[in-house]
Each structure stands twice: as C-alpha cells, then as structure tokens.
Design a binder for this molecule. Sequence first.
Ligand SMILES: Cc1cc2nc3c(=O)[nH]c(=O)nc-3n(C[C@H](O)[C@H](O)[C@H](O)COP(=O)(O)OP(=O)(O)OC[C@H]3O[C@@H](n4cnc5c(N)ncnc54)[C@H](O)[C@@H]3O)c2cc1C
Length: 282
Amino acid sequence: MPDVHDCLIVGAGPAGLVAATYLARFRRRIAVVDAGASRARWIPTSHNCPGFPLGVSGDALLQRLREQAESFGVDIVRGCIVSLQRGGDGFVAHDDAGRAWHAATVILATGIVDRLPPVEGGDAALEAAVEAGVLRLCAVCDGYEATDERIGVLGPAADASRHADFLRTFSRRVDAIDAEAARGLRCDATSCTVAFEDGSSREYDTLYPVLGSDAQSGLARGLGAAVDGEGALHTDAHLQTSIEGLYAIGDVVSALNQIAVAVGHAAIAATAVHNRLPANPR
Ligand SMILES: Cc1cc2nc3c(=O)[nH]c(=O)nc-3n(C[C@H](O)[C@H](O)[C@H](O)COP(=O)(O)OP(=O)(O)OC[C@H]3O[C@@H](n4cnc5c(N)ncnc54)[C@H](O)[C@@H]3O)c2cc1C
C-alpha cells in the first residue's frame, strides 16, 4: 500500500511555506516538495511586507517562513514535481528523482516565472540590476521606492502605457517604452539605459520591464483545471481549483501577485483542506 499523505504541497515560496505551517499545526501528515526557485528570492528589500517596518529581504523572509514550518516538524524536500494524476481516492505525483507522492489533496503553490529582457552582460548583470533596485519587476511592490525618479516602463506598447499610468502615482517622469523600438539594455548600480533603433538612448533611475510572466500551472492544466488568459488558475473562495481536492495559492492563482495575498491564500486553503479531510480527533 502506498504511503498516503493528507496533503502534498508543491512549492515552498511564501504561499507553500505558510500552508505547510497551518497544516502541520492542524496535525496533518503533509509532504512539501520544492524546486527552490521562489520569486521572493529576487527581492532585495521589501517594504510592504506586513510586520517588517524596517523592510525584509526575500531570502530572509523565506528563511524565517521555512524555520517556522520546520519548527512544527515539516520536512521540505528539494525536487520538482513533473506529473500529477488522479490516483486512489486522491492524487499521485512524481518528481524528477522518480519518487512517487500519494496524497488525498494537493495544494499547488508553484508561482510564476517573470519574462525578462536581455541585459548587456547576461544573467549576472540582470541579477545585479534587480539587487541594486534599478531594474524592478513589481510596481505594486516597490513603486513607492521609485518616488520622483526617472522611470522607464518597457513592454508591448499597450502594457507599457497602462503600467506607466499606474506609476504616475509615484513620479512625474515616467516613459512608456515600446519594446519593439528598443535595441539594447545596459544597467549599472545606479541606472538602466535603453538604446533605441534610431541610435538614441535614454537613461532611467528605475526600469520596469512588463513583458508578462508564465504561470507554473501546467500540473493543474494537465488535469483540466480552468485558467485565465495568462494561464493563472481560477479558484473558488476556498482556493480550490475546478478540480475537486486540488487547491492553488499564491502567484499561480489569477489574483494580485503579492506576499500578503499568497499568505492569505495559504491560510484559507490550508483550513479548507483540513476541514474536508476525515476528522483527526486527539
Ligand atoms: C524583484 C521582485 C520584488 C518583489 N517585491 C515584493 C514586495 O516587496 N512585496 C510583495 O508582496 N511581493 C513582492 N514580490 C512578489 C513576491 O515575490 C511573490 O508574490 C511571492 O513570492 C509569491 O509567492 P508564491 O509562494 O506564490 O510563489 P514563489 O515564491 O514563486 O514560490 C514558488 C515555488 O514553487 C516552486 N515550484 C514551481 N514549480 C514546481 C514544481 N513543479 N515542483 C516543485 N516546486 C515547484 C518554485 O521553485 C518556488 O520555490 C516581488 C517579486 C519580485 C520578482
């Protein structure tokens, strides 16, 4: 007989880690499998994360959330879930090491992957620009930090224009840049410079690429779960997808991509999962 968990949590970013803490505290048998690429690890310092008035880095936040889950006995296994099927009364998943995971319920907390522009100097230069805060990926998160700066918004014309309007809350100097017209991007510790096809260039204190993202919803889509136009999962008020017993939380859900939202999703979904499982009286 397979070892059947009450719940398999796929992903250990803020959403998955908080769901793990809740379910462990509900005394449920859970498994957490994580590929180790949380979007939060990109955050140099977040200033809108509740409870951190002096700000918190993404790495420090993940470490704290992980320690909290582990303090209730959660074991976070490094791996990537590559398939998910219905099996028995629940689900069976397989990871990239060939392990099978059986669970009555599944919570997907797999996030999204940002589409990023090529930066002169490659991935290392791009990461350094994000770390320096000259390349930012989330205007809701850190538009405030760009107050009164020269801001560029790079993307398909309509998206760039819409995001530029949003960023006008923070600065009068906001350009929408049609990605079709851009020919290169160079960033250093203090600014990003966009080169254009006519040979000109413009320097920005902060550049926001708005090239979209890829929702990591493939496992759910494989089971026929409903998604929005961008591949993010539709859920009900308890964060259950259109597949019975399959829940989704955090950025992979069609909602605002924020830590506070991911954490709220986690609390709701974990409680719903606990309440649907057979009672576990002391
Ligand atoms: C530069 C930057 C700055 C940001 N600043 C802020 C901020 O200041 N405030 C704020 O609220 N938000 C901020 N955000 C957004 C925030 O990081 C996300 O909203 C948050 O990380 C979402 O959490 P999540 O758990 O849903 O997804 P993630 O944190 O992305 O975690 C998903 C996890 O699932 C794993 N995974 C994916 N697929 C699989 C699979 N098949 N098998 C196993 N594991 C899998 C991934 O490896 C990853 O570890 C920022 C994002 C970026 C990029």
